[in-house]
Each structure stands twice: as structure tokens, then as C-alpha cells.
Design a protein around this ligand. Sequence first.
Ligand code: ADP
Length: 486
Amino acid sequence: MKLLHVASELFPLVKTGGLADVLGALPGAQQDLGDEVRVLLPGYPAVLAAGRDWAPVFTDGDLFHGGPAQILFGRADGVPVPLYVLDCGARFYRPGDPYRGGDGNDWPDNLERFAALAWAAARIGLGADPLWRPEILHAHDWQAALAPAYLEVLGRGAPRPATVTTIHNLAYQGRFPVDRAPVLGLGGLTDSGGPAEYYGSLNFLKAGISMADRVTTVSRTYAAETASPGQGQGLDGLLADRGPDYRGIVNGIDRDHWNPLADPYLPQVYDAASVGPGKRAAKAAVQARYALDQDPQGPLAIVVSRMTHAKGLDLILAAMPTIVAQGWQVAVLGSGDRSMEDGFRAAAGRFPGRVGCVIGYDEGLSHLLQGGGDVILVPSREEPCGLTQLYGLRYGTLPVVRRTGGLADTVVNADPPAIAAGLANGFSFDDATAEAMAGTLAWVLDMYRNQGLWRGLQATAMAADHGWPAVAALYSNLYAEIAPRL
Ligand code: ADP
């Protein structure tokens, strides 16, 4: 099948979050399955610089009053599939963050910038490249979400690709004042009651949700939650209206980069058969790095996270005295909310040898922690998919999670029936309270002291796949439902 992904980020060229990781991995996995896959990106300087032999396939003299624009085709270093790039200097030749200027504010023309991206996607969908035309146009997040709208307006009944909108985080919707609608050229679609209008504002994501043939998000539970009254950031009614056409597909992980048997950041590599000695070596290294008491038998909980309210890190802070009294050591890596950073520093000071924290972003240390931890704490209030619990599973670091979003989809609580069925791979709780988390950790400690049981849970966790090939196959099934015969 011929697939065109449209997004504003792709690892390793441009990344601010998990969206980039998906675009960095899914297209290659789909190509490996035999699909013809291309990705359309904005022409950021880093994207253009990574490419070679860019060839123009389509030109517009003055795109949304931003001057000349070209759709280029080519390849870029580190990207396994061919790329289209929307080259429009006035809109995209800017340093730094793709969405914000140096002052931290959104670029004032984000409306025109990302409408232009969706416009380019629709142009390619309608045959702008005489040599290649997609059967599926897969738009990611609000930045690409107007693509189905432009297919309708520019296509005027011509054959067109089927469309998918994927929501990576519903908190970001692309909202703008409605008086800016005329520049978009979307006619009635931006009128009151139209798909791109929401209570007197423009809303790009709403258009994508309303108009795409299928809508997906990155876990089944997040799909169900966001379609429930009051839980969809204002769009729950619309998502519920899509019925079975709105569903969740859990993201994959890079099993080569996150592989305890070939991880350069671990003092001793390991697999399920050698998890005991492997983890002992990594735990000793974590204890040394964090100035924790050297204690090979002591239980070690790790945290690798942005420090935000949505991630629930305040619950860990509130539970810290109880957790430490239970006998846990806690090693934290993260950054974000200033007061939380201060809180973790203070906890490390209050419980020397038992709690350690590193404020910052450190890829290597995150691998070492996954290697050395016995459990990873992920008490998120909201979690569209979540990756750290998946890395924890792969490293035999059992996740202790709040049962929400992708955490609910991927962590099977070790209750007796799940253990008996050989499905248990971690621990979960429902209430977003310090008491619920601390109570769960007391129970987890009992399980930890039963080494035979613990090894069984680790073996189940480490046997999980979560690779991209399986995820790509799920998207193939979705596309097959909607693919047109062009
Ligand atoms: P989100 O995208 O909401 O932050 P995810 O769990 O989906 O949460 O992904 C977070 C990613 O960022 C993971 O790969 C995690 O290992 C990594 N990460 C988060 N904080 C840090 C940090 N301080 N240092 C290193 N890696 C981090």
C-alpha cells in the first residue's frame, strides 16, 4: 500500500516529544512489511540540511501570504523512508523550537505554518507528484489535522486517499481566533457549526477528528477515557460520536536501543536467564552514582520522568516518608516543574543514603536506572501511551503504575488470577493518591521478598514484545478497512 504520513516532528531530525519517536520508527517498520511509505515534514532548517538531492514536485507562488512555497522530494540521513518537505522560507527558516520563538511564546503565524503543512499533504494526496500518489494519508496531531479538510476543498470530488488522524496528546488541539479563518480558504468548513470551528474558535484537531475516515490514539484505554463525558478536553462528545471508527493502538519501542542484552550503559548485560546478576551489577552502580547505601538485597524504586502534575510526581513526593520507612531506596531522574525539582532535592537531603535525585536529562543514566531498578514508579494522572513502563518491562524492572491510558493497556497487575494465568507483569492502583501508591508499594515489597515469584513476574515482563513490527501490522489492518481503489 502507498502511505503518506504527515507530521511536524521526526526523530532524529526534529524532536520535542514522543510524536517524533513514532514518526522515526513506524514508517520504517511499515516499509519492512512491504508498504511504500513516505513522510511529509515542514522544511525546518534541520530537515533541509539532513537531505540530499531535494527535487521540486510542486510550486505555489504565495502560500497563505507567506511567499513562494515548494514541495520537495528527497532523502535524509538517518531516515529509512523517502521524504517530502514543504519548503517555505518565510514560515520555517527559524532557529530552535519548531513551535515557539526564543521568548517562549508560540510563533504568531502557527496557524498559517501548519495549515500550509496540511495543504501540502492534500496536494500530494491529489496527485501533485506525477510519479507517486498515496492511497492513505495519515495525519498526526493538530499540526497535520487540516489535511482531510484541504482534501475536500481542493479535491472537489476527485479521487482522493483515505485519511487517518492520530492523536498523540489531546491536550494540544491547535486553537486560533476565528477571525483568522479567511486566510485558510476552507469556506464553510470554518463557519459556525463547521468541522473546524469550536465554540467561536478555530480548532484544527476538531476538523481532523470530524473529517478523517478513521481516528486513532496511542492506547485503547486513552481512547475510551477521552471519549467519556468530561474526559476529552472538550472533544469527548465528538470522539464518542466516531464510535468504532475511533480506537487505540499502543506505540512500540525500539527494541535494539532498549535491549538489556546489548546495552552499552549497563555494567553487565543480561537477559531473563541472567537478570539476577545483571541487575545486581547495575544496582551497585546506581547506588554509587546516587550516593545510596550499598545494599544488594534492598529494594530499589526508580523514577525517570518529566516532573509535572500530569505525571503524578507530587504523589511520589507525598508518599516518600512512608515508602522509605517501608524499606525502599528511591533513585529519581527528571526535570520540569521547579517546585517538584526542589521537592526531590529536599527529599534526597532528608533521607541520605535512601533517596537520591538527579535533576536533568540524561539518556545514559536512564538506561542504567532501568537496569538497576527493581520497580519503576509511573503514577500518572493522564498517560496517552507512556514509554518508560515499556522499557521497564523489557529490563525486568516491574512497573508500579496508576491504571490509566497506556499504563492500563500494558501493565497487568499481579493479582492472584493474573499470576496463575502467567500474565502478571507489574502492579497498578486506581486512586491518584499518595496513600494508594504507598499501600501498593507495601504489598509489592511482600512479593519482592518471594524471589521465586518475583523472577516469574520478571520473566513475563521481559517476554513481552512491544516491537514496532507488530504495531505496524495493526495499522495495516486499519488501512485495509478504508483504502480506496484509486
Ligand atoms: P512523555 O512523552 O509524556 O514525557 P513517555 O513515557 O511517553 O512520557 O516518554 C518519555 C521519554 O523520555 C522516555 O523515553 C524516557 O526515558 C525519557 N525521559 C524522560 N525524562 C528523562 C530524563 N530526565 N532523562 C532521560 N530520559 C528521560
